[in-house]
Design a protein around this ligand. Sequence first.
Ligand code: DAK
Length: 258
Amino acid sequence: MSFVKYEPMGDIAYLTIDRPSALNALNAQVLSDLSDALDGIDLNTVRCVIVRGAGEKSFVAGADIAQMKDLNAAEGESFGKKGNDVMLKLEKLPIPTIAAVGGYALGGGCELAMACDIRICSDTAVFGQPEVGLGITPGFGGTQRLARLVGAGMAKQMIYTARNIKAEEACRIGLVNAVYPLEELYAAAEKMARQIAANAPIAVRASKKAINEGLQVDIDSAVAIEEGCFGSCFGTADQREGMTAFLEKRKHEPFTNC
Ligand code: DAK
């Protein structure tokens, strides 16, 4: 039985972390299941993935504290690498990802959300990096992605104080893009995913690659990456149809991913 459910729905899909008895905490098995689920996504059909947690209370309440408690330094490093490998696989998934955070996103849960392209949340959501209160550092990319998303000063404040923040504050500091009543969250995520899926898939993927890879390098190298991604869209059927439709003042045919 897998702790991660993959549910394709046409050109969008859900990945659901499904361990509600532990508020979807990430143990080694959940991480392996998530890695396998990511490998199993049909990238020819699915154009956007929504990541969520099972149940109404929690997205993911962190890495599994019970499983981490007795690790030695080498085992801790190895667990951190396992988590980081999965977060990187998610971040580098060629198609866009939306984290729909309904409830707790603490520690590894906040880190999972940050490995997605876009974050939206419920009004019940709680975010935080409580690790220093447990005697460890954030270990699944939190020190790096939080600082890149909300700035070094705010990331340091959140990590050093281990203070949890509620949905509205997460939105104000740019950790999430929008807040919805819990009962509207997944409909909102699906609406956004379908909006993304309706656009030219090759161009959407190239945009993701340009943003992600460009953020890792200096601006001269970054615009060169953009030029390559921009160029790669030309000559595609979708580019020709998109531009022809505009010039002919008609709605474009559905994009074909070619
Ligand atoms: N791990 C394991 N079990 C967890 C868990 C977690 N993170 N969070 C919740 N649970 C379990 C609880 O133990 C409880 O299990 P039972 O007692 O029913 O068997 C069940 O989920 C329900 O939780 P509560 O009874 O506590 O529910 P409440 O509503 O009262 O409280 C809560 C909800 C989210 C406020 C509370 O559960 C909580 O504070 N949870 C822990 C949150 C947390 O501290 N998360 C961060 C974990 S640390 C690294 C690698 C990775 C990491 C760091 C370093 N390297 C290798 C360097 C990552 C670290 C983390 O993520």
